[in-house]
Design a protein around this ligand. Structure first.
Ligand code: NAD
Length: 511
């Protein structure tokens, strides 16, 4: 490992560029006078500021979307498809640019950022099939001379509120589907890495999307509350931590909106004694430390049956020793954490784990890294002998900290997962098909991997957890996504026939 121990120099934040809103096809500075710092996590420097909307700014963005929406709703499916295809082509050609932006504000390594964009692109590709996805049903002669058809129509203006950890992919879980279905979108990105949203907005404009159909509202709670409370916003797709997801669900439903609010996670990976332990060790390292553990599908609890735990931990330790943590632009394996405050929180959890009596097998504090000294570093950390009452297990750390919990039996592993309040993702490593089948049947988790550590569903399936990992019932993208962004209408038709005239106040019966 090489360490470029450069000192950082403080920057005068007032001279920095400010990331603005995207309203009706143009950048808007807003009127609030409020802004937050945006960091390059690998250097620890503030590189820009982001505007934080006032309620008036939010209302202006929502009004622009509401004004643009009716024309987009009425545009043919053929034309909508062409715009989606053009967006897909531009994204595919230029995704390296977007990946660089993500790395510069989030910190994840470039290859990982590119992977994020590609997984988002999958949803755009799925949404290109909008004409098929929006097909209704038709029944001829439901009653004599009566036909019934069902259609699905867009909702209007929809709000998408996204977290810092996937500044491109998570918004792309929703907005391609919403736009394909004929809605207008207001995206409220995370204030920690806001620039990807503006890059995507410009791309939509280049793809031919009419102005006002994709808008970006930068900000914090003020912007979120405006979206939750505005009568013009008909639906909210939220992704973030569980307390905020619960809040968003409660407030937005009180305001009459449909809501899908995806929350936090604690994902368990179970390793049975018959598993290929090299494969399982690779998977635990990839799933635990990819994106510095800042993934809602990261493996954070490794549940090992006691008989193989020592061997598995040995293999994981060897692999951690070969990882290079550093600036994501330097070909490292793992980047920094998103902010200094988050780094300090993760370090605090490591201290709590030690104090609670867990065995710290690999300590990621104060290690040499391939990046400037001011970066927000924690290198891969491994705990053994973690128990379910320790805070490193009960809380979502969202950092590169992998906790091993030892169990005696398979049943004990399943009970542990089902007792956990989160239910986002889980995985099992085994060569026993019967055990895997029982796991997938009994485990109370929304996304299950069998010998796959991070089982993020492909775009044409739907993404979503159970329990405290999702409030609402509709998962993201796939056919559930198209359902979320449309509402059903059933039309019953009878063409006039003199034989059906006359007065009858009884409830119509089918004959
Ligand atoms: P966060 O909850 O802090 O923020 C998410 C969004 O909510 C941001 O846009 C933020 O500006 C806004 N927000 C924050 N505080 C708010 C408040 N008090 N009132 C209203 N809005 C508020 O989450 P984060 O730190 O950006 O992201 C990490 C979290 O997201 C983790 O818990 C992770 O598990 C979760 N996540 C979940 C999924 C999933 O699919 N379930 C996917 C990605 C991330």
């Amino acid at each position: 490992m090489t360490a470029t121990q450069q000192a950082t120099t403080p920057t005068a934040t007032t001279d920095l560029p400010v990331v603005g809103h995207w309203i009706d096809g143009a950048i808007g500075a807003g009127t609030s006078g409020r802004a937050a710092d945006v960091y390059d996590p690998a250097t620890g420097q503030v590189t820009k500021r982001v505007a934080l909307a006032s309620r008036e700014d939010a209302d202006a963005v929502i009004a622009a979307a509401a004004k643009a929406w009716p024309a987009w709703r009425d545009i043919s499916l053929a034309r909508r498809t062409q715009v989606l295809f053009a967006f897909r082509e531009l994204l595919n050609a230029r995704k390296a640019e977007l990946a660089e932006i993500i790395t510069s504000e989030h910190g994840k390594v470039l290859a990982d950022a590119l992977g994020e964009v590609s997984r988002g692109q999958e949803i755009v590709e799925f949404a290109c099939g909008l004409s098929h996805l929006l097909k209704g049903g038709q029944t001829e002669n439901a009653s004599t001379g009566v036909d019934v058809s069902s259609i699905r129509q867009p909702l209007g203006v929809v709000g998408v509120i996204s977290p810092f950890n996937f500044p491109a992919m998570v918004p792309m879980w929703f907005f391609p589907m919403a736009i394909a279905a004929g809605n207008a979108v207001v995206l409220k990105p995370s204030e920690k890495d806001p620039s990807a949203s503006l890059w995507l907005a410009r791309l939509w404009q280049e793809a031919g999307l009419p102005d006002g159909i994709f808008n970006v509202l930068q900000g914090d709670k003020v912007a979120v509350d405006a979206l939750l409370e505005s009568p013009s916003v008909k639906a909210i797709s939220f992704v973030g931590s569980t307390p905020i997801a619960r809040y968003v669900y409660e407030v937005a439903t009180q305001h009459g909106k449909r809501v899908q609010a995806l929350g936090g996670a604690k994902n368990h990976m179970v390793v049975l004694p018959d598993a290929d332990l090299d494969l399982a060790a690779d998977a635990a390292v990839n799933g635990g430390f990819g994106s510095a553990g800042e993934r809602c599908m990261a493996v954070s609890a490794l549940v090992a049956v006691d008989t193989i735990a020592d061997e598995l931990i040995g293999k994981i330790k060897e692999r951690i020793a070969g990882l290079r943590t550093g600036d994501g632009r330097r070909g490292c394996d793992m980047g920094p954490l998103v902010t200094g405050a988050h780094r300090d929180k993760v370090v605090g959890y490591i201290e709590q784990g030690v104090a609670a009596g867990a065995e710290l097998v690999v300590d990621g504090r104060d290690k040499l890294v391939d990046g400037p000294v001011g970066g927000f570093w924690v290198t891969p950390t491994l705990f053994d002998k973690v128990t379910t009452d320790m805070s490193i297990y009960t809380e979502e750390i969202f950092g590169p900290v992998l906790s091993v919990l030892r169990v005696k039996t398979f049943d004990e592993a399943i009970d542990m997962i089902n007792a956990n309040p989160y239910g986002n993702g889980t995985a099992i490593f085994t060569n026993d098909g019967g055990a895997a089948r029982r796991f997938q049947h009994d485990v109370e988790v929304g996304m299950v991997g069998i010998n796959v550590p991070v089982p993020v569903p492909v775009g044409y399936y739907s993404f979503g957890g159970w329990k405290n990992s999702l409030f609402g019932d509709t998962h993201a993208h796939g056919t559930e996504g198209m359902h979320f962004f449309t509402r059903g209408k059933v039309v019953t038709t009878r063409w006039l026939d003199p034989s059906h005239g006359g007065i009858n106040l009884g409830f119509p019966q089918n004959v």
